[in-house]
Design a protein around this ligand. Sequence first.
Ligand code: ATP
Length: 230
Amino acid sequence: MILESCNISYKYPGTDNFVFQDLSLRLAKPGFNALFGPSGVGKTSFAKIISGNIKDFSGELKFENIKNIAYTYNLERLPGWSAIAAHLDKITPDEKQDIKQELVSIFGLEECMDHRFSQLSLGQKNRINLIRYLVQDFDLLILDESLANVDELTRENIILRIKDMFPHTCFLYISHNVVEVSKLCRQIFVLRGINKTPQLKIVQGLDLKTGEKLERSKLDITMLEIMNAA
Ligand SMILES: Nc1ncnc2c1ncn2[C@@H]1O[C@H](COP(=O)(O)OP(=O)(O)OP(=O)(O)O)[C@@H](O)[C@H]1O
C-alpha cells in the first residue's frame, strides 16, 4: 500500500494565507503512524485533504492498494437518542460481529452497552465512536485526536490492541502527545508550519508492540528528535 501526497498546497476559501505549500509525504507500509505538530499547523486540514473532505487543493494524491479511507475525529456527533448496543449491532456487518464484541471488551465498554450516547462520558463516546469505524472496511483510518478524552493507560492499551488486530492496515494518528507517538507509532510525520523549511520532517518511532519492553533511553532520544523537528 502506498499513499503519496505530492506538492500539496492549500488555503481556505476567502483567506489569504496558505496552510501549506508544496507539501509532500509518502506512506508506504501498513502500521500505526502519527501526524504531529503544534496547534494550528494544519494537521486536520491535511487529514481532510487525504480523506477527500477537502477537494479544492492543488498538487496530487496517489494511492496504491488504498481504496477506503476513513476519517474520524474527537468531537464527532453521535446519535444521542440511540441505544449503543442496538446502534453497534445495526452498523456492524454480520462477518464483523465477533470483532465488534472483542473491541467492546478490549475498550472496556461492556457496562455502557445498555446506555444511550447522551448518557456517556466524553471518553466513552470517543471509544464507542472508534469502534464504529473499526468495524467498517477501511485501508487507511485517520484518527484525529480520536482518543483525546481517554486516560493514558487505556489509550495505550487500545492502540496496542488495534495494532495486534489490524497488522496489515494503515493508521494515521493525530496526537499532541509526544510520549505516546514516540512509543507507539512507526513513523511520526512532524508538520512544522508554512514558514519553516522543510514543512515536514519524519522521525522513526519505537512502534512498541504488545508484550515488548520499552527501553527508556530510546524513548528519550525519540522524544527529543520529535521536539527538535517540530
Ligand atoms: N474552515 C476554516 N476556514 C479558514 N481557516 C481555517 C479553517 N479551518 C482551519 N483553518 C485554519 O487553518 C490552519 C490549520 O488548521 P488545522 O485545524 O488544520 O490545524 P491543526 O494542526 O489540526 O490544529 P489543532 O492541533 O489545534 O487541532 C489554522 O490557522 C486555522 O485557523
